[in-house]
Design a protein around this ligand. Sequence first.
Ligand SMILES: Nc1ncnc2c1ncn2[C@@H]1O[C@H](COP(=O)(O)OP(=O)(O)OP(=O)(O)O)[C@@H](O)[C@H]1O
Ligand SMILES: [Mg+2]
Length: 451
Amino acid sequence: MYAKELVINNFRNYKQARLAFSRGKNIIIGENAQGKTNLLEAIDLLSSGKSNRAGEERELVLWGTSNASIKLEYHARGYDESLSMDWKMKSPSAPNAVANARAQKSMFVNGVHQQSVKGILGRLLTVSFSAEDLNLLRGGPKFRRDWLDNLAIRLHPSFHDVTSSYAKSVMQRNKLLKTLSEKGRLSVSDQDELLVWDKQLARFGTQIIKMRLDLLASLLPIAENEQTHLSRSQEKLTIDYAFRAQELNTANPTDEDEEDFSPDNDSSENNLDKESNAGGNKSADNDNSRSTEKQTSAEVKSMNEVRSMENVELAKYLMKLMKERRWLELRRRQSLVGPHRDNLIFKLNGADAASYASQGQQRSIVLSLKLAELRRIQDEINEAPILLLDDVLAELDEKRAQLLLSAVGDQMQTIMSTTHLSGINNAWLADAKVMTVHAGALKEDTPHATL
Ligand SMILES: Nc1ncnc2c1ncn2[C@@H]1O[C@H](COP(=O)(O)OP(=O)(O)OP(=O)(O)O)[C@@H](O)[C@H]1O
Ligand SMILES: [Mg+2]
């Protein structure tokens, strides 16, 4: 598939822009802070429905204006289609907007309004690669979970409903845990109410875990292959799925991301974990006399064992884990069992890459993962996705940069941003369309003029 034309109005630092793409290679050159990432963000937004860097929709609206829009015409599955979004605000957007200033977003497919983001998912498939992706190795588990889930959603848009139902269930259950933890003792009806949410979590959680494991199983051989190629057969990449509820065997696990789904957390709650059990034991569970040191699990299952379980069986297993960790969940007012806490562990030749891999090796892993994502989408839809490279050559050494460029070659449309053209070989540049961006204004260029 390929992007044909992007039209932008009052989006980020662009007042108005119209950009026609080449079917093959496109390079956007600009100094820092001119609008390169903003432009790629617009395309990515139309693909995924959400910005991966804007906390609020209003951030996307050009300061001083109240209406923004982006529209992309593209070719996919043999048809010309268009995707567009617009944002409307009651008062003009500003860099320091008051907290309640909102932008109302609307989405359209071929001009037809879509009720939800699901309507646009799975149509325009892009693979983005930017310096941020190094968080796949260096960041917390959330980056890795999101990477898998977002890919799953793009391949199977109906999965979006599952992930949002799951996130809502975790929020509701955390709220309930908080209320119950203040009571001191659980009545039968409290336990019944909790059981309702346990079941919801187990049901949607099972679907998410299964989807992640299946996806991982299909990505792994491709990523492994790419890594072998990048390291000239020196490094074997493996990926483990860590069910972190299984690892929870102390009262004070150190989890950097446990608040992912909880809107209720504040520092006072986190302090609860740091308190010893002395004084009021906050656990409302009947088992609260148990030692806080050990939380034993009846069975620890491997990634492959879980993958081969029937859904009903896996849901029961999650319920069992929840039951075993109930006292701890009540004390911490957090749902501690389920895919919202799981992690992916990347290993090179058996050693944990986050701890031991060099910076170059970490970059190679991320590159292998991105290439695996790309090939996986290509296999699924029988068409190449659009590759968005945001200033990524600067992150790679020459060898890896050339490998990336030769891997994408002529097989797919590439839209790349860069601050300068050095590092891109002449053969690649020869048939690339080059555009410059300066302060949100685009200008078409020829490679020779910019060299
Ligand atoms: N809503 C907005 N209204 C006006 N300007 C904005 C808005 N949002 C972001 N900007 C500005 O857009 C400018 C360009 O941002 P962008 O991230 O695209 O830069 P870039 O060209 O990718 O730079 P770098 O090379 O440093 O990554 C920034 O200076 C930013 O402050
Ligand atoms: Mg940028």
